[in-house]
Design a binder for this molecule. Sequence first.
Ligand code: ATP
Length: 981
Amino acid sequence: MEPADRETVTGLPPGIAAAREELTPMLSQYADLCAAHGDALVLFQVGDFYEAFCEAAEAVARVCEVTLTERSDSTGDYPMAGIPIDNAAPYLESLLDAGYRVALGDQVEDAEQASGLVDRAVTEVITPGTVVEDDLLEAGTTNYVAAVTESDGVVGLAAVDVSTGECLVTSGDRDAVAGELDRIAPAELIAGPAAPAFEPSDAERGWETHEYDADAFDRRTAAERLEPYLPAPERRFDADAELRAAGAVLAYAEYTQGDDGPLSYVTRIRRYDPRDRLRLDAAAQRSLELFENRGLGASDTLFDALDETNCALGRRCLERWLRRPLVDADAIRGRHDAVGELADRSLAREGVADALATAYDLERLVSRVSRGRADARDLRSLGRTLAIVPELKATLAGADGEVGVDGERVADGGSEAEGDDDAEYPRTDRLSDLRDRLDELSGVRELIDDAIATDPPQEITEGGVICEGFDDDLDDLRATEREGRRWVADLEASERERTGIDSLSVGHNQVHGYYIEVTDANADRVPDDYRRRQTLKNSERYVTPELKEREEAIVGAAERADALEYELFVDVRERVASETERIQELADALAELDALASLATVAVEHDYVRPELRGGSGADADAGIAIEGGRHPVVERTEESFVPNDADLPRGSVAVITGPNMSGKSTYMRSVALAVVLAQTGSFVPAQAASLPVFDRVFTRVGASDDIAGGQSTFMREMSELTEILHDAGPDSLVLLDEVGRGTATTDGRAIARAAAEFLHDELGATALFATHYHELTDLADERERVFNLHFTATREDGDVTFLHRVVPGASSSSYGVEVAELAGVPGPVVDRARDLVAAEEGDRRGEPDVVGVGTGAGDPAVDGASSRGPSNQEPPDEEDEDGTDDGGDGTDDTDASLREFLAEESADDPGDGEGGPSGRNGRESAGSRADAPGDADRAVAPDAASEVVAALRDLDLARMTPIEALNALHDLQSRADDDG
Ligand SMILES: Nc1ncnc2c1ncn2[C@@H]1O[C@H](COP(=O)(O)OP(=O)(O)OP(=O)(O)O)[C@@H](O)[C@H]1O
């Protein structure tokens, strides 16, 4: 969102610029910071507030809903608005939401020590992609800023998460980088010179793009910038564009963190090749509902189904894995091994989960530590997280009394299993490796334990953060302070005794310090050494020379102790920061362990099975998908009785799936694709058994009304997605096509669907699942070697339609539309009539005598009219189509049509007109024109009440109705038929 007045409030507000010559020293300092941060709104620390002035103040007041005040000084009268520093987060969030970048101009010297104007500097520029404040970041998520640029025809992409220090670099052609951007979904994108434009394919996961200093993308500048992070950077990247993008994104990240030099916590710059990961573009992520589900509740996503992580580190890791599943079979098997071991070892799994539940977000903590922003509580949290490491290592090595897979009890990790060393834990390389990577960092932990108080205050300048015993000087100062206070505490008793005044009391206040209070009634008994300090209504307050001396000693010791504590704290923080890299490596290991344990928990709790990975070389090279009793991981949790289905898809085969609406086609196809995605993520899969090849890309194209295409032309979108698939898919791709072609006129749609299926099979060799209502596509099974048909069925019981959700071989009856209408209770005459019309149309196409109105269609009430080869089981003895493959394009289709298609075509003025589009299918318009259409009189319309119902039936715009709307409409028609009857 770009605020309309952004340019007047970012950089130097015009009001300040106009008064440049007369500004007070403070405003002049403000003006300098504004001028240096032309793209940001500067918030300027004045005591406990961040203030903005003039037009910037107006924006802050409006966006943050705070009061706009007027300030007067030698500059003149001008508006001012401020937000409290100790509760700045919600206001900063509002400013970010309103599209501003915010520069924090902090006081960088102690106001009390400053002679004259306090020094201020911008310590951080808060932007959507570079926020580091916990309050502004969602736990367990990543927040990237990315940079793109093009060089030598290669597009480079670099992304950094400033809150954790993670940095990713890759390159490719424009499409590959677009796919990666969709996957990474940065909050902010900075574009270098010559960078192609990248629009998010999903507005809700969109990024804000802006251009950034072209110099930062310069090769030499970028290399210099990278040097402290990565020695000899020129040799580390595959492409020049990668180096430039990486240099620029780090330049931007440094700028937002106050331009204080290299970010020491960015220690892991990871270069990767998009081809090393299963490619899942935004369309696939969306239609497989990996991270979002806009149909069901927002939480009904694959990620939610898998997320049993116990800490933010693991959650981020699992998300990364799911966004970028593996393609290397050994790496995948490594994860499966570990998941399997954790699934088998319930004690270890639970131990890991319990320990990790107490882990803090180590990545964000350590980045705060190395930025010098961590407080004492952060260090304590870090220490507590380190404390779980020994426990985790022991748990992985086999806790006391752990029961082995074979049911044998395993003590202390020792082996008791059948004389082999199987029971040595961890059993798998992956978990052993993880255990070895669990660095106890005992030095850091002991330092924190020894130095930092157990429950320290948030403020690090006011004492109470360093433990006693850590530093002798500090202990001495605290002892002096304590001794002084004890003396004061005893003073009351001793003075009462000395003076004989029982009501004498000793107290303290901020202004006057310690005092001895005596009521006026006892004034005459006050000793000579008392000096009056304050007069109250009925009493006087005094000090004695000794009390004053003690007070000075106490205050002096306390102040020096506070200052020393701060120094000690900063020193401890720096010592911890010097171990940043090791802590980050530990964070990685904890994250992976949590993600693996989460996958194991899901596998156990939801009865997943380890998939066998096939493919590669030898006899297995052509192995395809073989799933027994597969389930949809999300739908099975919401559907009380989910029906498992098998999937047997040889490599390069195309399954044409037919069946009524709502019968389960989409769910089935998605279950298959999700099994592939899950397996390559390292997860087990929801099935009884699964054997899967490793795919390199999953493509999906779901039907127009299943898609959330906003205001776009759905057909156009459908076709561009199809284009991408037909360009890019290959033998290692899995393709899901759900009702391709339904967004346009039936004849065209059918032709496109068929041609696409043929191309997938003949040219691309991709493994594909193709759900369609175009029954003619089932003919392909006769014509193509690796095309086969599957269908879904429904039955009726006591008048209720029941979808069996079971996939069976063969094609469904071509007229399932009519049969579902019958099952739903559409009156008999209408169903019969519809059946006649279908038969007539089929007859017409085959040049048979017109059967319209003859009323042949008794039909079989069971919908499961499977025929393994295409046409309806109600057809007259089949006369083989002569050219059943290829005339879709001319509009004179020679195959049968379902009722729905028939009606849709009937409503178009010219069935051969490919321009029909959605408006050509508007039932209402075409019904009007039909009355005058030549030949209409020939069409026998039943002379009874049903004719009205038939007319209404025609008026339905089936192509645009949801299944529920269709059922409601049928219900309505039925009521009307009943009324008429
Ligand atoms: N195997 C199954 N077991 C139980 N319920 C299922 C199963 N498959 C699907 N369903 C239920 O049926 C509903 C419809 O399924 P789905 O959307 O897959 O049907 P469809 O045939 O693709 O429909 P359409 O052709 O209208 O897109 C789902 O929302 C789900 O609740």
